[in-house]
Ligand binder design. Structure first.
Ligand SMILES: *Cc1c(COP(=O)(O)O)cnc(C)c1O
Length: 394
């Protein structure tokens, strides 16, 4: 048999302005290459303890059971669902995008009797419609996507949390794209279970899923009659490694944890409020620039995500050609549409380290070139000028 001829060498340097992964700070990449230690090494146990404290700060919670699950954001989703749900339990899932659809699928596989409540992609749910469905279904758990990355919509949580708890249910939310980009208030909003991912606004490579569970969720988990359907994601065992007994469960991905530890340090050094302001400011500048290029948002202004800008591809413009040109000529990655939005929208991420005035101005200049090559007439420099107008006024 002939030897394999590997032709891939060094990975290209991209500017990651899609729906994730996002750009990663060099300090985080350096942490990944630090010496590996054993999963019970005293150094690593300190790293884990600090990560738990930092995750509590970032989630704004005092929840004891707060840790990073080994696996990407979807593993976080699965962890929350399988630990709360026993076969036959009723769960309501809000479906207004691809990730709500995924949560309903995960819950069904976990044996839940799932009732979906649906909204067209790009819209969000209000408390009245959730109140109506929880009164009718009487679920154990209600699951919602806080930041729907497939549509660019931000779901308000606080009022819905009240109606969910009034009905005696637990609230589970997906903050994969929101954490570190917009306010996430786990205690103030009274959220019972939450998961996130590392590669969106936390700006860390994909591979871990921060999760947190409230005291009420813990009670439900401790009172289970059946074993958690997933051995790997069973919190009753995983928590004994992150907590008191330090009992081996599975080998922690040591260096991924170093990376998240460093990424969390960066988040807290900047400060959450400063970070939210930065995301907001760059979003407003991008928005002004895109509008000056004749590009409209797919989501109404009052519930747009600053870190995920879903915009309508102008008529006559070829979706794939523009994304290919951005990547090959400028090294910029943006995302295409998902599900029913495929071919109709672009998803421009300004997540974590990628949310910068450099990236906003660069993308607007590059996009002007691509649109011009597509035969669209734009006023030269209009996008960059409009964005600079926003930065200048700040
Ligand atoms: C990216 C994403 C996920 C899935 O995370 P993976 O890291 O791809 O497994 C789940 N929910 C939302 C809202 C996301 O944006």
């Amino acid at each position: 048999m002939a030897a394999v001829q590997s032709t891939t060498t060094t990975a290209p340097q991209r500017i990651l302005m899609g729906p994730g992964p996002s750009d990663v700070d060099s300090r985080v990449l350096a942490a990944l290459s630090a010496p590996i230690v054993g999963h019970l090494d005293p150094y690593f146990l300190r790293v884990m303890d600090e990560m738990q404290s930092m995750l509590r700060e970032v989630f704004r919670t005092k929840n004891e059971l707060t840790l990073a699950v080994s696996g990407t954001g979807s593993a976080g989703m699965e962890t929350c669902v399988v630990n709360l749900i026993e076969p036959g339990d009723r769960m309501v899932v809000g479906v207004n995008g691809v990730f709500g659809t995924r949560m309903a699928d995960v819950a069904t596989r976990a044996g839940a009797e799932v009732t979906t409540i649906e909204r067209p992609f790009g819209e969000v749910f209000n408390a009245d419609e959730i109140a109506e469905v929880v009164a009718r279904v009487k679920p154990k758990v209600v699951g919602l996507i806080h930041a729907e990355t497939s549509t660019g919509a931000l779901q308000p949580i606080e009022e819905i949390s009240r109606v969910v708890h009034d009905a005696g249910a637990l609230l589970l939310i997906d903050t994969v794209t929101s954490l570190g980009g917009v306010p996430v208030e786990i205690d103030a909003w009274n959220v019972d279970a939450v998961y996130s991912g590392t590669q969106k606004c936390l700006s860390c490579p994909p591979g871990l899923a921060p999760v947190s569970f409230s005291a009420a969720a813990l009670e439900v988990m401790d009172a289970r009659k059946t074993k958690v359907a997933s051995w790997y994601l069973d919190m009753s065992m995983v928590r004994n490694y992150w907590g008191g007994k330090r009992a081996y469960h599975h080998t922690a991905p040591i260096n991924m944890n170093y990376a998240l530890h460093e990424a969390l340090r960066l988040v807290l050094e900047e400060g959450l409020e400063n970070r939210f302001d930065r995301h907001r400011q760059n979003h407003l500048a991008l928005c002004a620039g895109l509008e000056a290029l004749g590009i409209q948002y797919a989501v109404p202004a009052d519930h747009r995500l600053p870190q995920l800008n879903a915009v309508v591809i102008p008529a006559g413009v070829e979706d794939a050609a523009v994304r290919k040109q951005l990547l090959s000529e400028f090294g910029i990655e943006i995302g295409g549409g998902l599900g029913p939005m495929a071919g109709k929208t672009w998803r421009i991420g300004l997540m974590g380290a990628a949310s910068s005035n450099r990236n906003v101005l660069l993308l607007l200049a590059a996009l002007e070139r691509c649109l011009t090559d597509q035969g669209i007439s734009v006023t030269p420099g209009a996008g960059v000028a409009a964005a600079n107008g926003v930065y200048g006024a700040a």
